[in-house]
Design a protein around this ligand. Structure first.
Ligand SMILES: [Zn+2]
Length: 453
């Protein structure tokens, strides 16, 4: 494919801008984000995973009184880690248990059970910025029988690895300032039906909270496939394309504009891929264009169902001998989700991608609002328009486009105006608009809808 070079006249500016090929990221790096990424320590992640495993089981219905075994001891320990992180950073984190009493559901909850999430909030420094970015893992675990709260369920990969990444993200980020609020979360009840995250997502929706993105890290520690292939340099990021709930009008507009590959979750996933190229260049994101693994689910789904953008990070190779298995040796094969099957430097790299992405988003302006493709008259040009952002450090906007068959953005242009006319046809390309600040942070881009003006 030939590289597209265009000269673009941005409305209300006289500057001519050459459109770049986006295959080589040229966004400026933020030295503080580089410091956050570099501070990640796989030895701390290993220590956290081993401590979580040592609680024997973290089954959602397991013992809550013991200080050494069960989910109660595990959540008190997680809370203590957040408290220590906060104490080391001028008490900047607000830490709380947030939960409810779940009644038996006829499925995987067989007795009244407290579902308690551990939530640490790093408030944004801009009080007028209501964006919230969530990084989450689930601290509950199960063995072969999902209803058995007594069996050993080490859950090293699923999902002590994700919780350890969340703790490490809190350590890496809590000394720094972000415009938006960041929430570090360890949830319960995932294995019983996403109960902890469903509760949090509904609570956020009921309070009309602006959750701008949610990342779940679930099973991020195994680097060796069951066929013996080692993959330490890529993580899968799952994102859905089509909303599960939309009005007839929204569905009609999606059908007629061909936007089935452009949900906000999908924009977020592509953004994470770009951020990985910049801040963790020896590592790679493999985008998977579906909500989760085939027929499976995770905590991001609870947020997506409430209309929030959410993605899932999961190791590239899973090995089912080490997930949801009673710890045992059978025909010489060790089963069970044990720490010896977790590759801690690999978890650390996935944590780095999370941290760079979260920090970039929370330091960037908000996504432009009311982005639209102007359809006042039939033309082979494409005019995009959007509302002005209000951030004081705003530098302008970036516009991305790609061919309809391309999975990722191919070209971009920038402008300080709130409108741009590109000499290419909206029939042949898909567009998006992002906001940029003076330090070079970019928002995740937003898909424009058709409008007359
Ligand atoms: Zn899991």
């Amino acid at each position: 494919m030939t590289r597209l070079m265009l000269l673009i006249a941005a409305a209300s500016t006289t500057t001519l801008i050459a459109a770049d090929d986006t295959s080589q990221p040229s966004w400026p790096t933020d030295p503080q984000i580089q410091s956050m990424v570099q501070s990640v320590d796989h030895a701390r992640i290993e220590a956290d995973v081993r401590t979580l495993v040592d609680f024997g089981t973290r089954h959602t219905m397991s013992d809550t009184k013991s200080d050494t075994r069960g989910i109660g001891a595990a959540r008190r320990w997680i809370k203590k880690q957040f408290e220590d992180i906060s104490a080391a950073n001028s008490n900047r984190l607000n830490i709380e248990f947030v939960g409810y009493l779940q009644q038996p559901d006829g499925r995987r909850i067989t007795k009244p059970t407290e579902i308690i999430n551990v939530v640490a909030t790093l408030p944004g420094i801009n009080p007028s910025d209501n964006r919230i970015y969530i990084i989450s893992g689930h601290y509950d675990s199960i063995c072969s029988d999902p209803k058995n709260a007594d069996c050993d369920a080490p859950g090293a990969g699923d999902d002590a690895s994700g919780v350890a990444a969340v703790l490490e993200a809190a350590r890496a980020m809590s000394a720094y300032e972000f415009e938006a609020t960041i929430v570090f979360m360890a949830v319960a009840g995932e294995e019983q039906g996403l109960y902890g995250s469903k509760f949090m997502a509904k609570k956020a929706r009921d309070a009309n909270r602006n959750i701008a993105a949610m990342f779940t890290n679930d099973i991020i520690g195994n680097s060796l496939s069951d066929r013996g292939h080692r993959e330490r340099n890529r993580v899968r990021v799952f994102s859905h394309g089509v909303p599960i709930r939309e009005t007839d009008e929204q569905a009609d507009m999606r059908f007629r504009t061909g936007s089935e590959n452009d949900s906000q979750s999908r924009q977020l996933a592509r953004y994470i891929d770009t951020i990985c190229d910049i801040y963790v260049p020896r590592f790679d994101v493999t985008l998977v264009y579906r909500i989760d693994r085939f027929l499976r689910g995770g905590d991001h789904k609870a947020y997506v169902l409430q209309g929030y953008p959410g993605v899932r990070f999961t190791e590239y190779h899973e090995d089912y001998r080490h997930q949801h298995q009673n710890v045992r040796v059978e025909n010489g094969v060790q089963y069970g989700d044990l720490p010896e099957f977790v590759d801690f430097p690999y978890v650390a790299d996935i944590a780095r991608v999370n941290i760079a992405s979260l920090a970039s988003l929370a330091r960037a302006p908000a996504r432009p609002t009311n982005a639209r493709v102007i359809t006042a008259k039939l033309t082979t040009d494409t005019t995009l328009r959007w509302n002005a952002n209000t951030e004081s450090d705003l530098s302008g906007y970036e516009i991305y486009w790609r061919e309809t068959t391309s999975p990722v953005w191919q070209h971009r242009a920038s402008t300080t105006a709130t409108e741009i006319t590109l000499p290419i046809s909206k029939d042949n390309y898909i567009f998006a608009v992002s906001a940029t600040d003076k330090a070079g942070h970019r928002s995740d881009p937003v898909y424009p809808l058709p409008a007359k003006k």
